[in-house]
Design a protein around this ligand. Structure first.
Ligand code: NDP
Length: 463
């Protein structure tokens, strides 16, 4: 990790004292949270943006404020025992990090993946504070999950795991307290099992306690699509600001889960040709454009692999096992799989191949070095905490519908999502401009999110 100077993205010069205070703070965070490299990375990425804010707004430099912002309000770690179909007992670890509730109940997804540990959950929870603040809605930041791997497990095994997970987690949740949703490995099936167990244990129809529910039992229209749609809408606004659009462009998408599938759908709707998708085994290049119904059938219905898509698609598609999807020349890249999937080498390749925009559907998919290179090359870069905020924004709309026992039509929610994404884009762009770095969305997102949440924290005193 580089030392804490705002070398890039470019920010205005600031006096050494501010930088030196932020540097000391970062060193202390590393010391107090050993081994949590993703959390360190996420914190560093925000701190490098803050020196000019502290300069302009001395109230945000109040001792202890950033220390409180970087320390979760509560961290819950618990045992999750469950039995597989053969009767063998497994023990996983469950997490919920309730990071910041200055703006509303903790809100953020649950991730079920073998790579989940406390550092991963804290990085996601920390990002979530700023993302949720950027939506302008009343939601705090949190995140959770488990090192459980749903892939290859039967529905009955996933159900037993979810029931065991919720048996502990339920005591920490509530529509006014903490409201989880999905993330990697947690889709509609898992949310259903989790909600069922919550309802059974509490004997309450508290629909606002989880979002991403089925639309027949309290879910919102567009929630499933919201993250992918939102990222493409954000990217479209970035392109528009540069006098261009998705129309006729070549687009690469990584991943083939919830965010990837709906990014592909929306980019196609806006006239783009999406030519890639991937999973952890490799990527597929489909020069005729990804056949979305086929990919959805394989991924959503059959829970299959991207290699199955290549096989069934025939000559149109080429499967590249273990390859980098970023080797494919495109106009726009939409990383939609996982953290640190787009490194400096990939960024250099994308730039050499003429990429115009990169927008993060996933959380922190581009490494700090990659982001720096994209900025230096003048590529429009949409940071995840802004670009993928559509998912949580529609989750907040789901909470509103639940509170009012209402169901809004698809078109209405889609319109609200578009308005929210445009608003988030314009907030990031306007803030970056106000701080002397026009076009630097990462800087704008960090500063705008920081200002909103810390203003609320200051008003509420030292808690
Ligand atoms: P899914 O579980 O639906 O899909 C995840 C996809 O990413 C799969 O194709 C998976 O492949 C791939 N993937 C996961 N881990 C790795 C890895 N280590 N290496 C390579 N590929 C990997 O998750 P989502 O689509 O919901 O989430 C994708 C990203 O978007 C995450 O970063 C998530 O935090 C972020 N996000 C999601 C939101 C949502 O509403 N769902 C909201 C905001 C952000 P494989 O099957 O091989 O593991």
């Amino acid at each position: 990790m580089p030392i804490l100077t705002p070398e890039a993205p470019a920010v205005p010069a600031v006096p050494r004292a501010r930088n030196s205070r932020l540097k000391d703070l970062y060193a202390e965070i590393q010391r107090r949270n050993p081994g949590e490299s993703e959390f360190h990375q996420a914190v560093h990425e925000v701190l490098v943006s803050l020196a000019p804010v502290l300069e302009r707004h001395p109230e945000f430099a109040e001792p202890g404020l950033i220390e409180r912002l970087t320390e979760p309000e509560r961290q819950i770690i618990f045992r999750v025992p469950w039995q597989d179909d053969s009767g063998t007992t497994h023990v996983n670890r469950g997490f919920r990090v309730e990071f910041n509730s200055a703006l509303g109940p903790y809100k953020g997804g649950l991730r079920f993946h073998p790579s989940v540990d406390l550092g991963v959950v804290k990085f996601l929870g920390f990002e979530q504070i700023f993302k949720n603040a950027l939506t302008g809605l009343g939601i705090g930041g949190g995140k959770g999950g488990s090192d459980f791997a749903p892939r290859g497990r039967s529905d009955a095994e996933v159900m037993r795991f979810c029931q065991s997970f919720m048996t502990e987690l339920h005591r920490h949740l509530g529509e006014h307290t903490d409201v989880p949703a999905g993330d990697i490995g947690v889709g509609g099936r898992e949310i259903g099992y989790l909600f069922g167990q919550y309802r059974r244990i509490t004997n309450r129809w508290e629909s606002g306690v989880l979002t991403g529910k089925g639309t027949a039992w309290g879910g919102s229209a567009v929630r499933t699509q919201a993250t992918g749609y939102g990222n493409v809408l954000f990217a479209a606004r970035m392109l528009e600001a540069r006098g261009t659009s998705f129309e006729g462009s070549r687009v690469s998408v990584s991943g083939s889960g919830n965010v990837a599938l709906h990014s592909i759908a929306k980019a196609r709707e806006l006239g783009a040709q999406v030519i890639t998708a991937s999973d952890s085994g490799g990527y597929v290049l489909d020069e005729k454009g990804i056949d979305l119904p086929l990919l959805q059938q394989i991924k959503e219905t059959e829970r299959g692999r991207i290699s199955d898509y290549a096989q069934r698609r025939g000559a149109a598609a080429r499967y590249v096992p273990n390859g980098s999807v970023w080797d494919v020349p495109v106009d726009v890249a939409l990383p939609s799989a996982t953290q640190n999937e787009l490194d400096a080498t990939a960024a250099v390749t994308l730039v050499r191949n003429g990429v115009r925009a990169v927008s993060e559907g996933a959380n922190m998919p581009a490494t700090p070095e990659a982001v720096r290179m994209l900025h230096q090359a003048g590529v429009a870069f949409g940071p995840g905490k802004a670009a993928n905020a559509g998912g949580v924004a529609v989750s907040a709309l789901e909470m509103r519908q639940n509170a009012g026992r209402e169901t809004w039509p698809f078109a209405e929610v889609e319109k609200r999502l578009a308005d929210l994404m445009h608003g988030i884009h314009d907030t990031c762009a306007g803030t970056a401009e106000a701080y002397g770095s026009p076009g630097n969305y990462a800087l704008g997102a960090n500063i705008a999110g920081f200002e909103r949440v810390t203003a609320a924290m200051l008003a509420q005193g030292v808690v």
